[in-house]
Design a protein around this ligand. Structure first.
Ligand code: HEC
Length: 249
């Protein structure tokens, strides 16, 4: 009898755990859908463009305190190129990418200090970042004049506005039982076409993924050789085993 009640209790724990898992998955899926970031971490040309975009458009407010300028040689840039194109402050080649803006001023201006973006790609994921950079829209109720579909009430202004242009959020009446839906519509074109802007955002995200783990490619390389080594070691060990046991049988 005791035995059965123990079993029933385990089943209950299992069912409740399963339901909670399902519920948290359902809640995590709430909110707008993310677009897949078309990035390729082994594409150095894309990474170099991303590094340039980051230095030109993001580094004024966001630092990347775990990233040193000289690590950019890993994506095929020479030290001379890094110095002349990417270091816009007085920083030296071995310095980390510190922010131009003073954090106190930033807090005053935006209400929230712009976070360091060194490991942002690991926190949010590439798809989130790609969608975020393409989801700003005009909102006159916000102090900055901008809002974002996947980060409602964001304190960051749309700093890529001159490139992307201006988007409006056009809401569609909600059908019964569904969330209000709608879509982003480009109401004023920017300097780039929508395809060019998507490329721009993808290069930037590719770069953010790179700085979150600059040794990724090296790790994959080492892993490859380790697997080859283990493969050879396996063959030798097997041959040895055969050799040792052959007289026993
Ligand atoms: C004018 C200053 C400014 C510039 C330039 C700027 N940002 Fe921001 N950014 C902010 C502020 C302020 C926040 C904090 C927003 C909040 O939490 O509401 C932020 C937040 C973010 C976030 C969300 C962080 C998180 O997970 O909560 C990302 C991602 C981001 N910025 C990326 C970028 C990128 C990429 C660029 C360059 C294209 C850029 N930002 C340029 C001010 C700026």
């Amino acid at each position: 009898m005791k035995n059965t009640s123990w079993k029933i209790r385990s089943v209950r724990v299992f069912v409740v755990g399963f339901l909670m898992l399902g519920l948290s998955a359902a809640l995590a899926n709430e909110g707008p859908k993310l677009d897949r970031a078309p990035i390729d971490p082994s594409d150095n040309v894309s990474l170099q463009r991303g590094a340039q975009h980051f230095a030109n458009y993001c580094l004024t407010c966001h630092g990347a305190q775990y990233m040193r300028y000289n690590l950019l040689t890993k994506i095929g840039l020479s030290e001379a190129e890094i110095k002349s194109n990417l270091i816009l402050t007085g920083a030296k080649i071995g310095d980390t990418m510190t922010v131009v803006l003073n954090p106190k001023d930033a807090k005053l201006w935006f209400g929230v200090p712009p976070p360091d973006l060194s490991v942002e790609a690991r926190v949010r994921g590439a798809d989130w970042l790609y969608t975020y950079l393409r989801s700003f829209y005009r909102d006159d109720e916000r102090a900055s004049g901008w809002n974002n579909r996947i980060y409602p009430g964001v304190a960051m202004p749309h700093v890529l506005y001159d490139l992307q242009g201006e988007q409006q959020w056009v809401a569609e009446p909600a059908k019964t039982g569904e969330h209000a839906s709608g879509q982003l519509v480009l109401s004023k074109p920017g300097k780039l076409s929508p395809q060019e802007y998507d490329r721009f955002a993808a290069d930037l995200v590719n770069y953010l993924v790179f700085i979150a783990e600059p040794v990724r490619e090296t790790r994959i390389h080492i892993g490859f050789y380790v697997m080859i080594f283990l493969g050879i070691a396996f063959v030798i060990t097997r041959a040895l085993k055969h050799e040792y046991w052959k007289d026993v049988h």
